[in-house]
Write a protein that binds this ligand. Structure first.
Ligand code: SF4
Ligand code: F3S
Ligand code: ZN
Length: 128
């Protein structure tokens, strides 16, 4: 959640749909000691979504009053009825699930509904 205070651990590694992407510098291990996939990174700054955490629940889309989110793998679509679930195997191997892309993060009004609703705490709101 405090990735903005740790630019060395979470450097900006790219841009996507008009927002910054930050990768995680350190590799995490899962409960069995296997490397946990952290390569997808954090999309967005004001509305930051940890793509390695997001499991495509979709409640963030449903509660957002200003329609900030769209599905990464289903562009132009939002809402918890995600057509691409379950994912085809090749996409699943790469992404595990679809991801909530904060394509309109600049429209955010900081209501915090998405951050408090996400069942896996994948979202951090950072008012500028
Ligand atoms: Fe939308 Fe509110 Fe989340 Fe901002 S804080 S992205 S306005 S649900
Ligand atoms: Fe993902 Fe959480 Fe939204 S799991 S789709 S960020 S509610
Ligand atoms: Zn993105």
């Amino acid at each position: 959640p405090d990735f903005l205070k740790k630019p060395d651990e979470y450097p900006v590694t790219g841009e996507h749909n008009g927002h910054k992407v930050r990768a995680e510098g350190k590799q995490r291990l899962d409960a069995e000691g296997k490397p946990y996939p952290t390569k997808l990174g954090i999309h967005g700054t004001i509305v930051a979504v940890d793509f390695d955490c997001c499991v495509a629940d979709g409640v963030c889309h449903d509660v957002c009053p200003v329609n900030v989110f769209e599905w990464l793998l289903n562009p132009g679509k939002s809402g918890s009825g995600n057509d691409l679930w379950p994912l085809p195997q090749d996409l699943h191997d790469k992404y595990r699930t679809d991801k909530a892309d904060p394509i309109r993060e600049n429209d955010c009004i900081f209501c915090m509904a998405c951050e408090t609703s996400c069942p896996v705490s994948a979202i951090k709101i950072n008012p500028p």
